[in-house]
Design a protein around this ligand. Structure first.
Ligand SMILES: *Cc1c(COP(=O)(O)O)cnc(C)c1O
Length: 236
């Protein structure tokens, strides 16, 4: 845990430098600290350094950590693959669900949001390279998923797009994918839809966040560079 302060300082400095290099205001980039598989005390330690936004990949782990840290002013982001039957674990707990990728998932989240009497903010994940093992809708399906959000009557609100580019040796390899996601955001903005207000781009991880910022990221999801290597996942 002792290493946390310098790591957070380093990443924040790199975010600021990446913004300055392309003339962006660092206030326009939110650092989402990806705490998946790290214990709740790592989140507490990061929160003590002023970190507010945390990302989790597993619905149960999100629910448990959010419960353990209830009463702290943290914003949780759900960034993992989401099964419809886990919607109840994330709705209302996650300030933002980054991984909505089908009309069916929109339906499950909207149903739970209605039951709880709240509006759930979300992003649509786009699978840009057609990778079968990854979540995300195909670029050609984006319009239909946004239509489903619009049809949910305010139970959901879509604020932007998210992507995870193919793993690649160089950060520069991610650039065309980030650029394409931004292009898809701009195209989709040209079609006005109720409850769809596209202004966020969730893109960039430890390896490539500086490139993502240059291409317009507003949310960067960083785990390893902040918390170190993740412990292995136990159980389901
Ligand atoms: C784990 C994960 C991250 C963080 O990855 P690092 O390489 O550790 O920074 C970001 N986004 C998603 C969707 C993840 O699953």
């Amino acid at each position: 845990m002792d290493a946390l302060a310098p790591r957070f300082g380093q990443v924040r400095a790199e975010i600021t430098a990446a913004c300055q290099a392309c003339g962006r205001d660092p206030a326009g980039v939110t650092l989402v600290a990806v705490s998946k598989l790290h214990p709740a005390r790592a989140v507490v330690a990061a929160a003590a350094l002023g970190q507010r936004d945390f990302g989790e990949n597993y619905a149960q782990e999100l629910r448990d950590k959010a419960a353990a840290l209830a009463g702290t002013p943290l914003r949780w982001h759900f960034i993992g693959a989401l099964q419809r039957n886990k919607a109840r674990l994330v709705v209302g707990t996650a300030a933002l669900v980054h991984t909505v990728d089908s009309a069916a998932l929109v339906g499950a989240l909207a149903q739970e949001a209605r039951r709880r009497g709240l509006t759930q903010d979300c992003l649509v994940e786009v699978n840009l390279a057609g990778e079968a093992q990854k979540g995300g809708c195909a670029p050609g399906e984006l319009g239909a998923v946004l239509d489903a959000v619009a049809a949910a009557g305010g139970a959901l609100r879509c604020l932007g797009l998210m992507c995870i580019p193919p793993a690649a040796p160089r950060a520069e390899d991610s650039r065309p994918h980030f650029r394409r996601l931004r292009g898809l955001l701009e195209e989709a903005r040209a079609v006005p839809r109720p409850h769809v207000d596209l202004r966020e781009l969730s893109m960039g991880m430890s390896q490539d966040f500086a490139v993502a910022i240059a291409e317009g990221a507003t949310l960067v999801r960083i785990g390893t560079a902040l918390f170190g290597e993740r412990p292995p996942r136990q159980g389901p």
